[in-house]
Each structure stands twice: as C-alpha cells, then as structure tokens.
Design a protein around this ligand. Structure first.
Ligand SMILES: Cc1cc2nc3c(=O)[nH]c(=O)nc-3n(C[C@H](O)[C@H](O)[C@H](O)COP(=O)(O)OP(=O)(O)OC[C@H]3O[C@@H](n4cnc5c(N)ncnc54)[C@H](O)[C@@H]3O)c2cc1C
Length: 602
C-alpha cells in the first residue's frame, strides 16, 4: 500500500537502515518480535489509517462536535474508526503482555501511530490521550487502579483524559486551585473547574477516565502541593461494573481553529449536578503518594511532548507528500529559457522555486521524523538496555532532547504545511484540498503540552543547567561522536561534519556565556532564540546521521531514494543551518531589547 500519509520507504530507511531496530529483538522484552512483525504492524496501521481514519478527516473538521441536551453529538465515523482501532489492539502495542500489550518497541509503535496522526489527527487524539493516561497509571497507579481503569482502556471500552489546565492556570500549573477533600473511606471529593480538556466528554466509549491535578487542603503551596487523582465520569464498582454518574459536568465545548473532531471541554468537578451517595463532589482516587502529582504528570508529559512532536511531523509529512503529488501534475508556465509560447506547459515541479519549497518541506519533515524516532529509540534504550549506565545515558539524553522534539517539529512542520499551501497556489487556499486543514490542525502544536516559550525556558533554564550541565554535555558529546564518524567517512560527510562541529562549539560557548553572569532574567530573556538555534543544530545532526546511513547503503539499490536523501541533507546544511549564526551572535551579545521594552511603549 502506498499512501500520501507517510513514506513507507523513508520509515524503513530510518527504522532498519539507520536506527537498526531489529537489534532490539535480541533483548528478552522484544524476543517474540522480528522485522516481519514490525512490518505487519506498520502495514496494519497504514491500512487502518487509509481505510478508516483518512476518509472522515474533512467531515470531522466541517461537522464539529456539538452539545445537545448535555450530550455530545459527533459524526458517527469517528466512533466507527475507533472501534476498528480498538479491535486491532494497537493502543497497547508497546505495553506489557501482562496488561494485554504486544511488547512492541516504542519506536515501532510510534512510527505506526504516525500513520493515524497523518490521516486524521483529531480522531487519533482520543487514543493518544488514552495511551498517555494508561501509561501514567501503569507507572504510578495501584494494582487495583490498573485493573479498574487500564484494562478497559486497553480493550477500547474506556478512553482517558489529562486534566491539568484551569481557566486561570495554563502555563503556570503552580496556580491551579481545584481542591480534593479527603473522605473517611479513603476516597476524595474534587471541586473545581478544568479548562481545555481534550476528549473531556463524548459517547465514544462506555466511560471516560479523567486524570486530574488538584490540591489537598493543608498541603504546601505551589507545585509541591499538587496531587494526582483518577476521576471516572461514571463510577466503577469493585467488580468492574459501571455505577452512578460521578459529579463531573460538561459546561461547554471550545470551538477551535483545527483539531475540530476532538472535543475540547470546560469541565466542572463537584458542581452538584450529579450527587454520588447523595452528596456534591466528584469522587476521586489518589494516584501514588500525595503532593507528587506534577512530577507524576511530567513522567507522562515527556512522552506526550515527543508524541506532540510526532503528530506535528505527521501533519507536515502528509502535507509535503500531497504538495509533491500536486506539483508533479499541475502544468503551469515554461522554463525561463524556453521562449516558445506554443510549447506545452511544464508541471510546476520543474520550476526551481517550487523545488525549493518541496526541498524545504522534505528537509523539515524527514529531519523531524528522524528526531522523533531517535527519541523513541532512546525510550526503548532507557527501558531495556542491558547495561544500567546505558539506560541512564538514554534517560538523560531523552530529557535534554524532549523540549526540542516537541517544539522543533511544531514550528518547522507547521512551516512545511505553509509551504504545502504555497505549492498549491490559489487551490491551496481553498477547502477543496487538504493542506489548509493540515496547517490549521498543526497550528495547535506550538501551544499545547507546554507552549513554545515554556519549552524554551525548560531547555535553557532547566535542561541545559541540570546536574552541572551533564545533560547538555551528553548531547554535545553525542553529536560530536557523529561528527568524528563523518570525518572518517571523508567526502561530503566530512565537509558537513566540519560545519556541524562548529555549530556544536557555538552551543557550548553560548550556553556558558548566557549563564556566566548568574542572572536568570538576563540568561532567559531570549530563551526562544536559543531553543530555535539549538533545535536547528540538532536537526542538522539528524541529517548528518542520515547521510552516514546513506553512505552505508549498498550501491545501485534504489538510487533515487538515496540521492534525494543526500540532496535534502545538503539543503539543510546550506539553507537552514546558517540561520543559527546570527541567532548565536544575538544570544552572545546578551541583548536586552525585549526585556528593556516597556509596556507603555507598545
Ligand atoms: C486545543 C487545545 C487542547 C488542549 N488540551 C488540553 C488537555 O487535554 N488537558 C489540559 O490540561 N490542557 C489542555 N490544553 C491547555 C494547554 O496546555 C494550554 O493552553 C497551554 O498550556 C497554555 O496555557 P494558556 O492557554 O493558559 O496560555 P498562557 O499560559 O496564558 O500563555 C499565553 C502566552 O504567554 C506565554 N507565557 C506564559 N507564561 C510565560 C512565562 N512564564 N514566560 C514566558 N512566556 C510565558 C505563553 O508561552 C503563551 O505564548 C489544551 C489547549 C488547547 C488550545
């Protein structure tokens, strides 16, 4: 099957020729797997995406969910597709066999899920959220919570949500006010309002499992007083039977620019509309120890952040493939050297400027896909590397790369969607083609799961300085190891290695310079510029890695594919990496233009 969702050839290259994922099958956890089972899962996901997710992508956008008498209505194709998805067992692909999973490497299941995100990002958001919820309960919940909530989620009977944000507390979760009052029977009653909750209400499944951040009265202020609770929409008995409605009420749906098929809700907890045991208050169960909620949530959020990057990549990727197909068949104009007006028009792909737009997209989306799969591979290393030091190294490197893997695709695969519209000319600006919807859908990604600015503060303020710079040093060492390999490979790889090596030195020098004065306000004033510069260097590294894998490919096989990879690597190094020079210069100058701008000067 060949679709315009993701390139299967590229996935095979990245997974097998570059990341060598088949070696993972030597480890006990993955011993039942082989390249055949990996390919079967990718085939299954692509078929599911093409046959059940893509066909209603536009309908889910134009006929967004509505509320009717307190009940959410949406087009039936969403549930139909998700029911098929549940039967495939793909939700639990990377989970333990003991909970009904397949123990597939995370990197392979992320690649498979990419097909669904490319086909229909709003329908795929329901299982995406459910997976994050289930993984969090598997990591921090009790055995009883796993039995009660995770198993039905794995079976597709329940879906999950993540309830962090409140109307007055988005980026600053320290300011949440939802409270959880302890009860004599060990449960809690929750009271408060949660804003922006994706998948917060629907009738796609029998039940909805909310994971809610709230404060237990008397706890410490700020983030240290936040705890995590599991709060089902419908209470579940000890035997798993569904009972009374919990006191969780849908106040309304938000009307979004994109991602419209995913319900986005304002929820009230404890309003008293439903009264379990005759009393107001949403019944909740504490997950893990009290006051550890934010740390537990971050465990999930790191995975979710790389998942957001993967979703942004998938949207960029499908837009690229669609604009490429369009450019190959749209006749318009003639080469600048051909003055004969009677000569047939050429397809627009013949024009260098259109090739520039296609090459830019190719370099962004294939670079981003490499980055998110590299992070997926690190997650597998973190969990299963035989040596504890390797597991720790993978953990640290993944921590460092997470804000980049979230933000870089969210920025540059959105830019790819912008170029995909441009390649379509006027047609791209209409709803007759998919690319405008991809752009609108993708526009969410720099906002949710921590905005671009918040990721920048995380990268420069926390990750680059933690453990005396150990994570940053590990990243730089790892990139330098690629640079050394490329030096030895000689030829074009060595030439690109010289430029990458110089860019890595600038990251080290600029980070030192920013923190030399020990003034966080000054250091962090241009954190977004830092995030963008370091992100571009990291993606240049991904391109050099790919170039080395191309060098190792058998000659004569699939020459166009490998030539395309080389050209995209060249493009990235010639057109994109040089953008970082002025960014590092600005950072090194400790520029205060933004911090000195006064509010009343606007
Ligand atoms: C469609 C959608 C789905 C969502 N799904 C969920 C969900 O399922 N669950 C959930 O809990 N939340 C969800 N969110 C909420 C999302 O995570 C928040 O919107 C996001 O964290 C930003 O919070 P905010 O909207 O309050 O913006 P604000 O925090 O008010 O930020 C506004 C602007 O100010 C900047 N800013 C804020 N603080 C700082 C700072 N300290 N330094 C520098 N800049 C700063 C931000 O970067 C941003 O540009 C969703 C949001 C949307 C739009």
């Amino acid at each position: 099957m060949s679709s315009t969702l993701l390139s299967r050839r590229d996935l095979s290259f990245l997974l097998y020729e570059w990341l060598d994922v088949c070696r993972l099958t030597e480890r006990p956890r993955y011993a039942e797997h082989s390249r055949e089972t990996f390919d079967d899962v990718l085939d299954l996901a692509e078929r599911l995406a093409v046959e059940h997710f893509a066909p209603h992508n536009r309908a889910a956008d134009t006929s967004e969910p509505t509320v009717d008498g307190g009940r959410v209505r949406m087009i039936p194709q969403v549930k139909a597709a998700l029911d098929v998805f549940a039967r495939t067992g793909l939700l639990a692909a990377s989970m333990d066999e003991s909970v009904g999973g397949m123990q597939l490497p995370h990197v392979v299941s992320a690649a498979a899920f990419g097909f669904l995100q490319a086909a229909n990002v709003s329908t795929s958001a329901y299982p995406f959220l459910t997976l994050g919820n289930a993984n969090l309960l598997l990591a921090h919940g009790s055995a009883e919570q796993v039995d009660t909530y995770v198993r039905p989620m794995v079976q597709g009977r329940f879906f999950g949500t993540m309830c962090l944000s409140e109307p007055q507390a988005g980026s600053s979760l320290a300011d949440i006010t939802t409270r959880a009052e302890p009860q004599d029977d060990g449960t809690y009653r929750l009271f408060g309002t949660k804003m922006w909750i994706s998948g917060g209400d629907h009738e796609l499944t029998e039940n909805i499992v909310h994971l809610v951040l709230a404060r237990i009265p008397g706890g410490p202020p700020g983030v240290k007083g936040i705890s995590l609770f599991v709060v089902p929409k419908i209470l579940v008995g000890p035997d798993g039977a569904l009972g009374a409605r919990n006191d969780v009420t849908l106040v309304g749906l938000n009307h979004k620019m994109g991602y419209r098929g995913t319900t986005n809700t304002l929820l009230n907890f404890g309003e008293g509309v439903h009264r379990p045991d005759g009393r107001a208050g949403a019944v909740g169960h504490l997950v893990g120890p009290a006051h550890q909620g934010l740390a537990q949530m971050f465990h999930m959020m790191n995975e979710a952040r790389v998942g957001v990057g993967a979703g942004a990549t998938a949207l960029g990727y499908t837009g690229y493939l669609k604009s490429l197909a369009y450019a190959r068949q749209r006749p318009q104009g003639r080469p600048v050297t051909d003055k004969d007006p009677t000569a047939p028009q050429v397809p627009i792909v013949e024009h260098p400027d259109v090739r520039r737009m296609l090459l830019a997209q190719k370099s962004y989306v294939e670079g981003a896909l490499a980055l998110v799969l590299y992070c997926g591979r690190l997650l597998d290393e973190e969990r299963t590397a035989p040596d504890a030091a390797d597991r720790e190294r993978a953990h640290l490197l993944l921590d460092m790369l997470t804000p980049i893997a979230k933000s870089w695709p969210s920025q540059w695969c959105l830019a790819a969607n912008d170029l995909a519209i441009q390649v379509h000319g006027g047609y791209g600006y209409t709803r007759d083609y998919d690319v405008e919807q991809h752009w609108r859908d993708n526009r969410l990604n720099p906002i949710h799961e921590g905005t671009h600015g918040i990721q920048a503060l995380d990268l420069l303020g926390r990750k680059a300085t933690m453990r005396d710079g150990a994570a940053l040093n590990l990243l730089l060492e790892t990139i330098r190891a690629t640079v050394s390999r490329a030096w030895k490979a000689d030829g074009e790889a060595a030439e690109l290695a010289a430029r990458l090596g110089a860019a890595v030195d600038r990251i080290a020098a600029t980070t030192r310079r920013l923190w030399a004065g020990g003034d966080p306000a000054l250091a962090l004033a241009n954190a977004s510029v830092y995030l963008e510069a370091v992100g571009h260097v990291v993606v240049a590294w991904m391109w050099l890695e790919q170039l080395l894998a191309v060098d190792a490919a058998p000659s004569g096989v699939d020459p166009d594919f490998y030539a395309g990879k080389r050209q995209a690597a060249r493009y990235f190094f010639r057109y994109e990496l040089p953008r970082t020079g002025p960014q590092f210069d600005l950072l090194d100058s400790l520029d205060r233009t933004t911090s000195e701008m006064r509010e009343d000067w606007f």
